[in-house]
Design a binder for this molecule. Structure first.
Ligand code: OAD
Length: 237
């Protein structure tokens, strides 16, 4: 019987969501107890929320940045994705604002929703800067004197990296989706964007309707280990 997980692709895009980071102790959004059950999107993750109460928005992202900087570490699944680069061409496209793929050693990581460890000037040039530590104070300013906002994409904002992601996807012969409910556009339209010949695998413990491809109903670390064994038989993890 042919292996339902296929063979090692030549050009692989790994598309990840919050579930990829769950085993690192980072909160997911829509799962029970997730972030959007504790906070209203319109209070903390929209341009209007920032205009109304920038301190509250700053606090929300400080709390998430603190969890990332002080507690979260990449897990075996992140490391496995990084190690795949030794065997094939791998691009990571992530909805996650954490830096766990980079810390695990992945060298091509495209962030669709921005990065928690960067801040952006609210001045006209909107320059983005790396940020040390977790706390951004309401009084912190860019060199030109403007307040700093998180360098993330909010609901209602453009996703500037989407065309770049689409290009990578259309050039790939396989897509591996890990830990996302695929409920947020444009990512929700991802599977339709893939060439018909591309092999699609989803790793997620939840029931997720999938138009095509193989669903490994497992956590990120378990599902990725299973894929590694199928794609690289005999190769130690
Ligand atoms: P969600 O919280 O919507 O979905 C998380 C997915 O991870 C669910 O399908 C879970 O079943 C799965 N999951 C949970 N634990 C897992 C584990 N250990 N291993 C693998 N999967 C696991 O998060 P996203 O789909 O990433 O956007 O959400 C997409 C976007 O919506 C986020 O980037 C964020 C959010 O609102 C913005 O803030 C703009």
């Amino acid at each position: 019987m042919a292996n339902r997980l296929g063979t090692l692709p030549r050009k692989l895009v790994v598309f990840t969501g919050a579930g990829m980071s769950a085993e690192s102790g980072v909160d997911t959004f829509r799962t029970p107890g997730g972030i959007w059950q504790r906070y209203a999107v319109e209070d903390v993750a929209t341009p209007e929320a920032w205009a109304r109460d920038p301190d509250r928005v700053t606090d929300f992202y400080n709390m998430r940045r603190r969890q990332l900087v002080e507690e979260a570490m990449p897990h075996a699944g992140h490391r496995l994705i990084a190690q795949l680069e030794e065997h094939t061409e791998v691009r990571v496209v992530t909805q996650n604002v954490d830096d766990l793929h980079e810390r695990a050693g992945s060298s091509h990581v495209l962030h669709l929703h921005g990065e928690l460890r960067r801040v952006r000037s609210t001045g006209p040039d909107a320059t983005s800067y790396p940020w040390e530590g977790w706390e951004v104070r309401p009084t912190d300013r860019c060199p030109a004197g403007y307040r700093l906002r998180p360098d993330v994409v909010w609901f209602g904002e453009e996703v500037p990296n989407w065309p770049v992601a689409l290009h990578a996807l259309q050039d790939a012969d396989a897509l591996l989706v890990v830990g996302t409910s695929l409920r947020v556009y444009p990512a929700a339209g991802l599977l339709e964007a893939m060439p018909a010949s591309a092999h699609i695998t989803l790793v997620d413990p939840d029931e997720i309707p999938l138009q095509r491809g193989v669903h490994l109903q497992a956590t990120a670390s378990e599902g990725l280990a299973e894929l590694w064994k199928a794609w690289l038989p005999g190769m130690p993890l």
